[in-house]
Design a protein. Structure first.
Ligand SMILES: [Zn+2]
Ligand SMILES: [Zn+2]
Length: 360
């Protein structure tokens, strides 16, 4: 009888504790949120980085669904100057979660006008405007066609911009900063030809043609303090990229795994989804295998290779290891499978540092 009473008391205590925890859980979460919010709102990624050139991975995915990777996006911090290269879906959110202040973006460069590289532009433009009361539109620099994309997006968001200006007022949302302006360039015709797009405050950015037929596409090289980063954009194995990347400190290269792509192709065929199967077959000829990305890195004598724009998606831990191993079979230097939130730093004083900056 005594034991039963004791057990009953214990059960009542457990239930009471559970009910108490249930009621207090929201309060505890709110206190944690308050502390996290203070840190997050005051955060600026650049303040913790040394003077130099930094590759900030704000989107390492592709058009295929992967909740751990935003669409293609690389932010480059050169000294105090912030640039973005491509803005795929989710890129702006990833930049926020990394503590990158988007009102500080000086220019956003596009490698080409495929949907996966531009479908996050609208949100970057909104953050560029809203997060710091920018009085100038986001400068979007890209190949011919960029003005049409920008005009279309500006039109699509004109009603939203009107609402925000009316609600918050011109001091918070200056009318002159709404949306984007386009700066177009003609892609250099020949392999080996470069076009200088930026040369200010010690930062130089050049562009060159890559091979993404039938898409008109470019890569970029960014130079600052005798350090450099070369970006492949989307391309099959490219001679002009190999030339442009000669001696660069860091090559950021896209990658498609023919083996994993074949698995997706075969699964699509087996499910009777011939159209999807055909697309998996078609994409092989305008992307680069990790072995070939390694060849480019080796021939260009780069300091390190970071793989990005993973095709197909890599939802299982360990899948990107196959990309790294393949690239290492053809390139002697360090190879990284970039993740959203990664930063590869090239300090002015030399060397290379890696860090990760992605909060909830
Ligand atoms: Zn792409
Ligand atoms: Zn593409």
């Amino acid at each position: 009888m005594k034991a039963r009473a004791w057990l009953g008391g214990l059960a009542a205590l457990v239930i009471a504790a559970g009910v108490g925890a249930y009621f207090f859980r929201g309060e505890i979460a709110t206190r944690i949120f308050e502390r996290a919010a203070r840190q997050a709102v005051g955060e600026n990624l650049r303040t913790g980085l040394p003077d130099g050139l930094h590759a900030i991975f704000c989107g390492t995915g592709s058009p295929l669904p992967d909740r751990t990777r935003a669409g293609p996006c690389l932010a480059v911090l050169a000294g105090q100057h912030l640039f973005i290269f491509d803005a795929g879906d989710g890129a702006s959110e990833t930049l926020q979660l990394m503590g990158v202040q988007q009102n500080e973006i000086e220019a956003l460069f596009l490698t080409h006008l495929h949907s996966d590289h531009i479908d996050g532009l609208d949100t970057v433009a909104l953050q560029h405007w809203a997060s710091g009361a920018s009085r100038e539109q986001l400068n979007v620099i890209g190949p011919i066609g960029t003005a049409r994309v920008v005009a279309g997006l500006n039109e699509a968001y004109a009603i939203d911009q009107g609402y925000r200006m009316a609600h918050h007022g011109p001091e918070v949302m200056p009318p002159s900063g709404a949306g984007m302006r386009a700066t177009e360039f003609a892609i250099p015709l020949a392999d080996g030809e470069e076009l200088e797009l930026w040369n200010k405050d010690g930062v130089r950015i050049v562009t060159f043609r890559v091979t993404h037929t039938p898409t008109e596409a470019v890569g970029y090289r960014i130079e600052y303090a005798n350090r450099s980063i070369t970006i492949s954009g989307d391309t099959s194995r490219s001679q002009s990229l190999t030339q442009a990347a000669q001696g660069t400190d860091l090559l950021v290269h896209e990658a498609i795994s023919p083996r994993l792509d074949a698995i997706m192709h075969n699964a699509s065929q087996a499910a009777g989804r011939e159209n999807i199967g055909a697309i998996f077959n078609d994409i092989l000829d305008y992307h680069t295998s990790p072995e070939d990305a390694g060849h480019v890195a080796q021939e260009a004598g780069v300091g390190a290779l970071a793989l990005t724009h993973f095709l197909p998606q890599t939802p299982i831990p360990g899948l990107t290891d196959t990309f790294v191993q393949a690239a290492k079979s053809t390139y002697d230097g360090p190879v990284f499978a970039a993740r959203d939130g990664d930063v590869i730093s090239l300090p002015r004083t030399g060397g290379m540092l890696r860090s990760h900056h992605l909060r909830f």
